[in-house]
Design a protein. Structure first.
Length: 606
């Protein structure tokens, strides 16, 4: 990946269009690749894309403006984004960002006058276990940031050293696997799960999936076998398999580890799903922040094709033809929602669809589509190998199998832990070396905040379902600021499609910022409750519906963190005009009664 344009904008666009055979469904990939070549998407590039993909200019600009990692204005040859996730901030990421800005003589959110560099934030890099972290040019991740590393990065930027010549050690990403069970145990020989499925036949393999009681690992927990059966039986000419690797929830990074260490197992699970459903084409939608995994994943697919594990007549089975394309996202948390992901796959803005219909009957291009996440497909391969009854015997009667959890925050051993379902939160805290924990955020900002009295609760669908994130906060951490960070995250990541979410998350930010300034009153709590009612019932998708969760949960459990920010017992406006005039009074040396505004409507100035 270079920091200098390899091709002029128009030529870069033509090359990207050619690589994608002029397919308008590949618009996002074309835009991403043009930017990778040129650093931004120039008007000349859009001209060529408009002609080459035969798309209206408005659609191209609409898609380019939707994704945070795409730029329609010059954004610097080095584009550096620090993670704004709360765990990175706890480790001093924002202080290190200020240090880099000072060193480069640049303001955050702006491009340097010479067009060399820009510095800003991104919601989460997916390196919560090795923060503080940043991304360079939307695809090169650097973790374990220190003052020394920041100074080294500043030197490399000032010296205009191409990214390909930066020290490889900077870009090292650790797996941090701390506890292993089924998925993270010894690697499975490629082809074993496919052979087991072929020996059974598609119908019997489906029966094994249903017997396993495997449920989706994205958090909602829909039964995987039931989903596969619905897709298999749905009317339609073509079926598709989609692996959702867009884990944008702050605190989640298990998919990164699975794709780095168990890619064959994931692809094997996708192939078994294709065998059951009768699909011939699959997609792996890779989170934009994980662009560094693209090359090794492509190598995995190429190796499997050469071994007859992908492509026509897999394992010599007549009619069993299945292959996988990798699509890379571009910085949109909402694309983790399955219908928004499908919209993005089709080259559109990642706006969630109305449901029903569901993807199993009307998904990619309106055809039946199975969408499961990385962990679910890996578990599916294990079911194929070991059988449904064997798998169902692990975990609890309702929650079969194991669960990967990503532990970050105030602990000695952050990383990925695999447990049979039904384990207590306290067990995970002991294993990770949690430091005097006062709270744990389960399943990211949209999940549950637990106080210390609740650490005996269990990770299982019967109690605490989770996509996988456990964020630990020690005694002394300000839980108001934790919730405030989460609220800003939701407002930043709202797709803007529906008014309740677009406006409601912004209003919630204003209320939390007002409290942060010390202007709070009991009225604000009532307003938050009212906003939650509107967001929960009127929002188009889960982002808006859960946006108030972190605030409501921390108010209920850590009320003193809010009470100390109350200035009035009754409602007062968030902006204090009299206080704002303090500087003017100091400048004029005047502080008599007439120099103040009346704060009580009944009070009159003389």
């Amino acid at each position: 990946m270079s920091t200098t344009p390899r091709l002029p904008p128009a030529a870069a666009a033509l090359a990207a269009i050619d690589r994608h055979h002029g397919n308008p469904l590949e618009l996002l990939q074309v835009l991403r690749e043009v930017q990778e070549d040129c650093g931004w998407i120039a008007p000349e590039a859009m001209d060529e894309i408009e002609k080459g993909l035969r798309l209206p200019r408005g659609k191209i600009e609409g898609v380019a403006s939707f994704y945070a990692f795409l730029h329609t204005k010059p954004a610097g040859r080095y584009r550096i984004r620090f993670s704004n996730n709360v765990t990175d901030r706890m480790l001093g990421g924002h202080v290190l960002m200020d240090r880099l800005c000072r060193s480069l003589w640049i303001e955050r959110g702006k491009v340097s006058e010479d067009g060399l560099v820009s510095v800003d934030t991104t919601s989460c890099t997916g390196l919560c276990d090795q923060g503080p972290a940043l991304l360079v040019n939307e695809g090169r991740a650097i973790g374990h940031l220190t003052e020394e590393r920041i100074d080294r990065i500043a030197e490399l930027v000032r010296g205009e050293v191409p990214l390909g010549d930066w020290p490889a050690e900077l870009f090292r990403v650790d797996d941090n696997i701390r506890r292993r069970e089924l998925l993270l145990a010894d690697p499975v020989e490629p082809g074993v799960a496919i052979d087991a499925a072929l020996a059974r036949g598609p119908g019997a393999m489906l029966d094994e999936m249903k017997a396993s009681r495997l449920r989706g690992r994205g958090g909602a927990g829909f039964h995987t076998g039931v989903k596969w059966e619905a897709c298999r039986n749905a009317p339609g000419r073509t079926r598709y398999i989609v692996c959702n690797a867009d884990e944008g929830e702050p605190g989640n990074f298990k998919d990164r580890v699975l794709l780095a260490t168990r890619a064959d197992l994931v692809v094997e699970g996708m192939t078994v799903a294709a065998f059951v459903a009768g699909a011939k084409r699959g997609f792996l939608y890779l989170r934009g922040e994980y662009l560094f995994l693209l090359a090794p994943l492509r190598e995995t697919l190429a190796r499997r094709r050469a071994a007859g594990l992908l492509g026509p007549s897999i394992r010599g089975a007549e009619g069993f033809d299945f292959d996988i394309d990798i699509h890379v996202g571009a910085g949109a948390y909402v694309c983790g929602e399955e219908s928004a992901l499908i919209e993005s796959l089709e080259g559109k803005r990642g706006t969630p669809r109305n449901r029903p219909p569901y993807p199993v009957t009307s998904g990619y291009l309106g055809e039946p589509t199975i969408v499961n996440n990385v962990e679910t497909f890996a578990a599916s391969a294990i079911v194929a190998i070991r059988g449904g009854a064997w798998y169902a015997a692990i975990g609890t009667p309702v929650s079969a199998g194991t669960k990967l959890v990503c532990i970050s925050g105030d602990c000695d051993r952050p990383g990925v832990y695999e447990y049979p379902f039904g384990f207590r939160v306290a067990e995970a805290l002991a294993d990770c070396g949690a430091q005097s924990p006062q709270a744990v955020q389960v399943s990211g900002p949209s999940g549950y905040c637990l106080a210390a009295s609740e650490f005996d609760r269990r990770i299982e669908f019967e109690d605490l379902p989770t996509a996988g994130a456990l964020m630990v906060f020690r005694e002394g951490r300000d839980m108001f600021q934790v919730a405030r960070n989460f609220v800003h995250f939701f407002a930043h990541e709202s797709c803007g499609f529906c008014t309740p979410c677009r406006v409601g998350t912004s209003l919630l930010v204003r209320l939390m910022d007002k409290l942060a300034r010390g202007h709070g009153s009991p009225y604000d709590f009532a307003e938050i409750e009212r906003l939650n009612g509107h967001l929960h019932t009127l929002s188009h998708c889960g982002l808006g519906q859960t946006a108030c969760n972190p605030v409501l949960h921390t108010i209920a459990r850590f009320r003193p963190a809010y009470d100390r920010r109350l200035e009035h017992e009754e409602f007062r406006p968030g902006f204090d005009l009299d206080r704002a005039l303090l500087a003017a009074r100091q400048m004029t040396g005047r502080d008599d009664r007439a120099a103040h505004l009346a704060q009580d409507p009944a009070e009159e100035a003389p």
